[in-house]
Design a protein around this ligand. Structure first.
Ligand code: XMP
Length: 521
């Protein structure tokens, strides 16, 4: 049982997830609920404090998100951030108005009261004034004109006479700036002051405690029934499998489907890791011929995705049906997916992996076990580490469900896949040797559907072109092309042209996302 929790109410800010992560970094458990969550749900969660997120909305706009007013009667501390502050001013009968000057970016916050939320935050070095100050990150158009009853200013900036306010008797605090972003220099400390000193939380939520609680929960849930888990070699499915296996041992069967569009030695490596290091039961299904037959002559990327997704479900289903007494499907769903699907904005058009085998649940009457559904990606990595998994698996770059099929532009044939695989190995090898792998979100080779003229020895060649794609990113939603040093690019190009028969040209992709995507198809 987690006792000390912080609830984040989401009003649609792009930074909401960041708030929850900042809280969790301090070993205090935090969840995000949509702003209109019911009081029942909030009471059942039992938070020690609530944080109100920012929002693209203005409190005066039609349809502005307003939570149940009873949250202000729970008797627990509340921290409003940006829109959260304006909301508090508005509903607690202060006054909010459009700022004459909008405030975006860096601002100097002059601290007027450093007795609680801002304790230890200010420095006399930052300021031109004699008072304590710190650098914060602003992003707002509205501002507070009049305090709600009981509130006082605790900090100001040149443009905002009330940049932070508090009602100490009710433990309500509000900030015009964003403490959750890294540009607010003492943001982490401000959040710490709120959760520990003001809410009285204890830092008891650790990965060790999470593992123990989750193993117990899985054991109880499963009883003497059986669980099946589809593994792809990716970090999410592997960590799920290891955790469930720790809980129920051989009652778990993992199924690994070789869809014919995997990277070189992928299946072997995953099997080795899970079987040899963790002694798991793994069914390896070589369905490559079946997939490649279906993909023959298919050029359209979306059709490739659909074919691979549907075929995966069929193969997985056939195998899962063979296991007696199987009632559960373990899946590596992460917290961002859960937030997406329960958001008040409704599920967005996010790309889901084909391992989301929803159809199976109904047909086979399987129930879901999603042990990672409350974790962020970086927390899953810490969990994997804690479970003793190899760094190579934990830090592996994401690999799309449709695999090399969407990196083999146009036709997917065995011959073309072979060329791509060989080039891909070289790209990864050189990036690892240059110690760049862990600094990059994804790096891979793409086989283009064009041929170009070259000269090798005295002979004219007319061969394939490989594009190298490397991007930096935080979540895959936006990305920038990675500035790989020229000498590394040079080695990659040299080796591919020399070692991969059928390639005479290598190009480097310098497009960011948006407007391009990370994958080429
Ligand atoms: P894009 O190409 O949309 O990719 O910028 C964003 C991230 O998602 C991965 N990706 C997929 N993953 N099934 C998956 O499981 C898919 O169909 C798929 N398409 C793209 C991509 O590798 C990147 O990490």
């Amino acid at each position: 049982m987690i006792e000390d929790k912080i609830l984040v109410l989401d009003f649609g800010s792009q930074y909401t997830q960041l708030i929850a992560r900042r809280v969790r970094e301090n070993n205090v458990y935090s969840e995000i609920f949509p702003f209109n969550a019911s009081m029942q749900k909030i009471r059942d969660f039992g938070p020690k404090g609530i944080i109100l997120s920012g929002s693209p909305s203005s409190v005066y706009a039609k349809g502005a998100p307003i939570p149940d007013m009873k949250i202000f009667e729970l008797g627990i501390p509340i921290l409003g951030i940006c829109y959260g502050m304006q909301l508090m001013a508005h509903v607690l009968k202060g006054k909010v108005a459009k700022s004459l000057k909008r405030e975006y970016g860096r601002a100097e916050l002059i601290i007027d009261d450093d007795s609680d939320l801002f304790q230890g935050i200010g420095s006399s070095l930052v300021t031109r004034h004699s008072s304590l100050a710190t650098v914060v990150w602003m992003s707002h158009g509205d501002r507070i004109e009049k305090f709600p009853a009981g509130f006082n200013s605790i900090a100001h900036t040149e443009n905002s006479p009330i940049a932070a306010m508090s009602d100490k008797s009710r433990h309500f605090y509000a900030l015009q700036f964003h403490p959750e972003v890294v540009h607010t220099e003492k943001g982490r400390e401000i959040i710490k002051n709120f959760i520990f000193d003001i809410c009285g939380c204890r830092p008891t939520w650790t990965m060790k405690s999470f593992i123990e609680t989750e193993k117990e929960r899985i054991r109880e849930l499963v009883g003497n029934q059986r669980v099946v888990c589809g593994i792809s070699g990716g970090v999410d499915s592997s960590v799920t499998a290891v955790l469930v296996h720790e809980a129920i041992g051989d009652a778990l069967t993992c199924i690994f489907v070789d869809n014919g569009v995997l990277r070189q030695d992928e299946a072997k490596k995953v099997e080795q890791m899970l079987k040899k290091s963790f002694h798991m039961k793994i069914k390896y299904i070589d369905a490559s011929e079946r997939f490649l037959r279906k993909l023959k002559g298919v050029k359209d990327p979306e059709r490739k995705r659909k074919i691979i997704g549907n075929e995966f479900i069929r193969v997985f289903e056939d195998e899962a049906m063979k296991i007696r007494n199987v009632t559960f499907l373990a899946q590596g769903t992460l917290y961002p997916d859960v937030i997406e699907s329960t958001s008040f904005k409704g599920p967005s058009a996010m790309i889901k992996s084909h391992h989301n085998v929803g159809g199976l649940l109904k047909k086979m009457k399987l129930k879901l076990i999603e042990p990672l559904r409350e974790l962020f990606k970086d927390e899953v990595r810490v969990l994997g580490h804690e479970l003793g998994m190899p760094e190579e698996t934990i830090n592996r770059h994401p690999f799309p469900g449709p695999g090399l099929a969407i990196r083999c532009i146009s036709d997917v044939t065995k011959e073309r896949l072979e060329i791509l695989r060989k080039a891909d190995v070289i790209v990864l090898d050189e990036i690892k040797k240059a110690e760049l792998y862990n600094k990059i979100w994804q790096v891979f080779a793409v086989l283009l559907p064009v041929k170009s003229v070259g000269v090798m020895g005295d002979e004219r060649t007319y061969d394939n072109v490989i594009a190298v794609r490397a991007v930096t990113s935080v979540d895959g939603m936006t990305a920038d092309w990675a500035q790989i040093p020229y000498d590394v690019l040079g080695r990659i190009s040299n080796r591919i042209i020399n070692e991969v028969k059928g390639v005479n040209r290598v190009v480097y992709d310098i497009s960011s996302k948006p407007p391009s995507t990370i994958e080429w198809e």
